[in-house]
Structures are given as C-alpha cells and as structure tokens.
Design a protein. Structure first.
Length: 164
C-alpha cells in the first residue's frame, strides 16, 4: 500500500509545470502530436507525475494515430479508475492514488489485446526508461521486460516503487 499524501494546491503548482497542473488537477487536455510521449518508443514504464505510482508499460503501448500515448491496459488495474465524464459521452480515467486526470478510455483499441484504448495525456505521466527502473525503485516491474528480451535476467528485483 502506498504512503502517498497528495500535496495541497500551492505545493502542486510548485512541483508541476502549468500544463501538468492543468491536465492532472483541472482535467485539461494537451494538444495531439505536440506532447512529450505520443511518439516515444523506448521500453519502460509510465508513472503518475503526481504520485509516482506505476500506470502503464511501454509493452502495452501502441500507435493509435490520435497523437496521444495509447495503451491497451494499465500495469495495475486498480491504480487506474474509470468515471463517466460530466457530459456522459466519454469515460474518463484517473489515477487511484493521486486522483490525477489521465485521459479517457475507448473501446476502439486492438481487438486481439482486449479492444480498449487508454488515450492518455503525456502531461499526466513521467517516463522511467527500462534501464533506470531498478535504480528509480521500480525493479519489481522488470519481469515482463526480461520476458520480452529487453533486459537481462539478472536485472529483476522486488524493490517497492519509488514515491514522489
């Protein structure tokens, strides 16, 4: 279980960029194709920029053509929660631990991987490259990268994830 305690608004505004604050705290949407991770193809995990909780893996990322990072599933199902948007038209996804707005989930993802597309704002994420995961405290998430042949077997760990 996480010991994370969300900072107050003043502290969050100091910690986050204006865009990160607008996206995670005010449910804004960043522009497509002009965001940090839409075209990132490096192996690693994506964590909540507010709490540091692991959210998505590059192993589940795909090019949806939308201009935002898209994933077929979260790393931990319970860490990403779904809510119906206020307009009732879309399903919003938020982080469980920090209640950060992440983006939306749609049912037009790859059918062979469950059919979901988690369309996520880069501004809600921090990317941890696979070669830095152990040092950053995310060693327990290395096993799928070992299985995929992206990192050597001896690199796995059971370290608890780092928290911001």
């Amino acid at each position: 279980m996480s010991n994370f305690k969300k900072s107050d608004v003043t502290e969050l505004k100091k910690k986050l960029t204006p865009e990160q604050f607008a996206v995670t705290q005010q449910s804004a949407t960043e522009p497509p194709f002009r965001n940090e991770y839409w075209n990132n193809h490096e192996p690693g995990i994506y964590v909540d920029v507010v709490s540091g909780e692991p959210l998505f893996s590059s192993l589940d990322k795909f090019d949806s053509g939308t201009g935002w990072p898209s994933f077929t599933k979260p790393v931990e199902a319970g860490e990403v929660v779904k809510k119906t948007d206020s307009d009732g038209m879309r399903t919003e996804v938020r982080s469980q631990t920090a209640d950060s707005h992440l983006g939306h989930v749609f049912d037009d993802g790859p059918r062979d991987k469950g059919g979901l597309r988690y369309c996520i704002n880069s501004a809600s994420l921090k990317f941890i490259p696979v070669e830095e995961m152990e040092k950053a405290g995310y060693g327990q998430y290395l096993a799928p990268f070992v299985k995929a042949g992206l990192i050597k077997t001896g690199a796995t760990s059971t370290n608890a994830p780092a928290k911001n």
